[in-house]
Write a protein that binds this ligand. Structure first.
Ligand SMILES: NC(=O)c1ccc[n+]([C@@H]2O[C@H](COP(=O)([O-])OP(=O)(O)OC[C@H]3O[C@@H](n4cnc5c(N)ncnc54)[C@H](O)[C@@H]3O)[C@@H](O)[C@H]2O)c1
Length: 275
């Protein structure tokens, strides 16, 4: 793994999280490259991480073991078409992290015989607690799958999907999911401040509670419903609180939330695949 050269095409938020997580895991910065057209962003990544930065995608990708396409979904077709000749000849493992965009479309844009692996990571990769789902085109070799898995496992959990369609649900759950938890933290902290806590106290207690609940749910043999019941004394404070969440029909809110994200992922795949 330490010898593996990984080139990121696009140096935005998600690339930054993956690069930060890989370096924290011990990946040598010199073996990481980023192609980023925005000069300030590129220079910032070079200075923050000590990686190699390039203005030009082809130069960054040349000779890399893995090329991670980390541009926005609507930029993917142009980027893949430009890199196609080079990637087909080089035998690099091509991993796309774009929401919605399907492997067969990326392979077409690359010009055919390139086994594309699709990944849906999330930004907690930066602190090595990412969650990534992978799907590989059937033509991908075991070595190519291994390289994709090893790369993403360096920054957190990895699961393989048997069916690419499930990627839309994953995007709705763990790809976008950090935003749902961040929003919950924002509103819980604000509510606690309105109850009289200082900003700093409310912030710390909110974040530690989120971390503690997540760790406990991960490490416990009990399911979250059991853990929730253990917090909830009959007639107590938690019961009074949960009554409000039930009244707001949290289950329906989250169903609509994930449905909307999954539908948008499918829509992106349809729209962009038609190019
Ligand atoms: N941010 C997330 O939480 C997240 C999670 C999973 C997947 N993704 C996927 O990752 C991809 C990137 O998302 P992001 O949030 O990092 O976006 P971003 O806008 O922060 O980053 C995209 C970067 O690509 C650069 N870019 C634009 N045109 C380019 C080109 N032609 N060649 C090379 N680079 C170019 C931009 O300057 C920008 O820095 C998207 O496809 C998104 O669906 C994002």
């Amino acid at each position: 793994m330490s010898e593996t050269t990984i080139a990121f095409i696009g140096g935005g938020n998600m690339a930054r999280s993956l690069i930060g997580g890989l370096i924290a895991d011990g990946h040598p910065p010199a073996a990481l490259r980023v192609a980023e057209p925005d000069t300030d962003r590129r220079e910032q990544m070079i200075s923050d991480f000590g990686i190699q930065g390039f203005e030009d995608n082809a130069t960054a990708a040349r000779g890399a073991d893995a090329v991670i396409l980390a541009v926005k979904p609507h930029t993917m077709a142009d980027v893949a078409r430009d890199l196609g000749n080079q990637l087909r000849d080089a035998g690099s493992v091509v991993i796309s992290i774009a929401a919605g965009v399907r492997t067969t479309d990326i392979a077409d844009w690359l010009g055919g015989d390139v086994p594309v692996i699709r990944a849906m990571p999330n930004t907690p990769a930066l602190v090595q607690t990412g969650a990534t789902a992978l799907f590989a085109m059937p033509m991908a070799t075991a070595d190519q799958r291994d390289l994709a898995e090893t790369t993403m496992r360096a920054v957190g959990l990895v699961v393989w999907l048997p069916d690419e369609q499930q990627m839309d649900a994953v995007t709705a759950l763990s790809g976008s999911g950090p935003a749902y938890f961040f929003m919950t933290m924002e509103v819980m902290q604000a509510a606690a401040e309105r109850l009289g806590l200082t900003e700093e106290t409310a912030r710390l207690l909110t974040l530690e509670t989120a971390l503690g609940a997540a760790r406990m749910a991960l490490e416990s043999a009990e399911d979250p419903a059991t853990l929730r019941r253990r917090v909830t004394s009959p007639g107590g404070t938690t019961a009074a609180a949960l009554e409000q969440l039930e009244h707001a029909d949290l289950a329906a809110v989250y169903q609509r939330t994930l449905d909307a994200a999954a539908a948008r992922a499918a829509e992106l795949g349809d729209e962009l695949g038609a190019q």
